[in-house]
Ligand binder design. Sequence first.
Ligand code: FAD
Ligand code: NAD
Length: 492
Amino acid sequence: HTQESLPEAPLTSLLNQPLTGEVLPLAEYYPYVLVGGGTASYHAIRAIKEHDPEAEILIIGDEPLPPYSRPPLSKEMWFTQDQAKRRALRFTDWQGREQPLWYHDISAYRLVRTHPDHGTALVYSAQQTTKAPLLLAEHRVTDLDVEKQIVRLDNQQVVRYGKILLATGGTPRELELAEDLPENLREQVTTFRDVRDYQRLETTADRAKHIVVVGGGLLGSELAYALAAGRKLRVTQVLPETNVLHNLLPRYLAEWTTQLLTKGGVKVVTQQSVTNIRAATPGSQPESADSRQLRVELSNGDVVEADHVVQAVGIEPNVTLAKRAGLETDTTHGGIVVNAELEARRNVYVAGDVASFHDVLLGRRRVEHYDHAAQSGYLAGKNMCGARDAYTHQPMFWSDLGPNVTFDAVGVIDASLHTASVWAKPAESEGSTHSEEYGQGLVYYLRDSRIVGMVVWNLPGRIELARQVVLRGEFRYKHVQGLTRMFNIHQL
Ligand code: FAD
Ligand code: NAD
C-alpha cells in the first residue's frame, strides 16, 4: 500500500480534485460489475446496496464524472442565471431549488484510476472501511466473455465478475454529411448528449450569433427553446417533419408547440433537411468569432449562415460490446434483447436506453427515457442480487419547453395512432371569450379504440393516475369522458 495523490484527469471539474488516500491494486474479481456510469447504473447501485449491502461494486464508465442526470442539460442548466453555479454543474430547478447534476459527488465512491506510469488501474480511497462503490471513470470496457465471466478494459486489464450489468446507453447519430466534413469544421458541427457537450455548447452560445439545431424531436426542441431564451442569439431549428414533436403529439398540438418555439425566438424551418455544410469563406479562420463560419444548405435551396450546428437526430443504442460477446441484439427496435427479468444471458443483465425488453402489457420495446433507465436499472440490480422479478413498470417521460410548458407521458406515445384530447377551457380573458392556448389538458392515445398511452399537459401530479389508466389495459374511447373527471383538469 502506498500513499499517492490522484493523477489529474483532463477536463473535469469533479474528478480533477487532487485526492490522497490509500492506494490498492484493482482486485481480479468483483461480484458486481456495472458497465456504463449513467442513470441505469446509478439505480442498480442503489438496489445492490439495499439487497447486498456488503458487496463490492465496480462501475466502469467512459465519462469523466460520477453518474449524473442528463435532463437538466437541455433544460434548467440554460435557465440558471448564476454562471458560477453552472460551471460547478449545479442548476436551479423550476421550483427555484438549487441542485447538483450528479446523484452523489465523488466522495461517495472509491476512485479507480489507471496510473500514468504503470498503466494499471489502482483504487484510491480515503474510506477503506466503507463499502463505497468503486468508480473507474474515463475508461471503457472493450470485451466481454460471458462464458468465462470476464471483461477486458481499454488498458488491457481483465476483471472477473459474478454478475454484470450492461447499461451502455446510446450514442447520438450524426447526419451522413457530417462524417465527410473537413477536420476544421467538425468542432462546429456537433452532437449533444453529455456534460462536456453542454459545456462546449454553452461556451459557443456565449459568443455565437447564430446556431442551427437539426432535428425536431425532444432534444432538438428543448435545446432550441433553451438556447433562444434570454440570449442575443439567433436560433434556427431545421426538421424534416411538418412540426416539432411530430412523431409524438397529435397534429394540432404539434402545430401549437411549433408556434410556441417560434414565439420563444426560434426560427422553425419545417419539411427541410440539411444537404450540405461548408465553410462560409474557404480558408477563413475559425477563431474569427464575428464571421459567419458555416454555410448550411437546405433541401429547398436556402442557405443559412451560422456559427454552429447541433445535430439532434436521435441515438444509436451502444451494442458493440454485446454483439462482440455474442449476445442477441434487436434488429427492429435496436438494443440488446433481454427477457422480462432484464437478463440477456446467465449473470448478464441489461437496463436503460440499450435494453430491448419484453413489456408484459405492450410487447417488445425499447425506451429512451429517464424513468425507464431508473426503474429498469433498479430492477436489474435487485435481480442481480437474486430476485426474479419481472419488469412490469410502465415507464413515463416528461419534457419541458422552458419553465412554463411541461408535459408528462406514459404508455405508447405515437402520433400515428388515433387520439382523443380534452382541454380545460381557458379562463376568459378581458375582451375575449376564447383563447387558442392549450393550458391544461389530456391526450389519450388509442389502439383498436383501447387507451394505450396518455399525455398529461401542464398538470403536475397526475402521471400516476394516467399510468393506472394505461396499465389496466381495459379502458376504451367510450370511457374518456368519465376518466377525465378523475384527472380534475381544472385544478392545478
Ligand atoms: P446513459 O445515461 O447514456 O449512460 C450510459 C453511459 O455508459 C454513458 O456515460 C456512456 O458513455 C457509457 N458507456 C457506453 N459504453 C461504454 C463502455 N463500453 N464502457 C464504459 N462506459 C460505456 N428523459 C426523460 O424522460 N426526460 C427528460 O427530460 C430527458 N431529458 C434528456 C435530456 C438530454 C440532454 C438527454 C441526452 C437525455 C434526456 N433524457 C430524458 C433521456 C435520459 O437521460 C436517458 O434515457 C438516460 O440517460 C438513459 O440512461 P442510461 O443509463 O441507459 O444511459
Ligand atoms: P428523437 O429520437 O426523439 O428525435 C429524433 C428527431 O431527429 C426526429 O424527430 C427528426 O426530427 C430528426 N431527424 C432524424 N433523422 C434526421 C435527418 N436525417 N435530418 C434531420 N432530422 C432528422 O431523438 P433526439 O430528439 O435527438 O433525442 C436524443 C435522445 O435524447 C433520445 O433518446 C431522447 O429520448 C432523449 N431525450 C429525451 C428527452 C425527454 O424525454 N424529454 C429530452 C431530450 C433528449
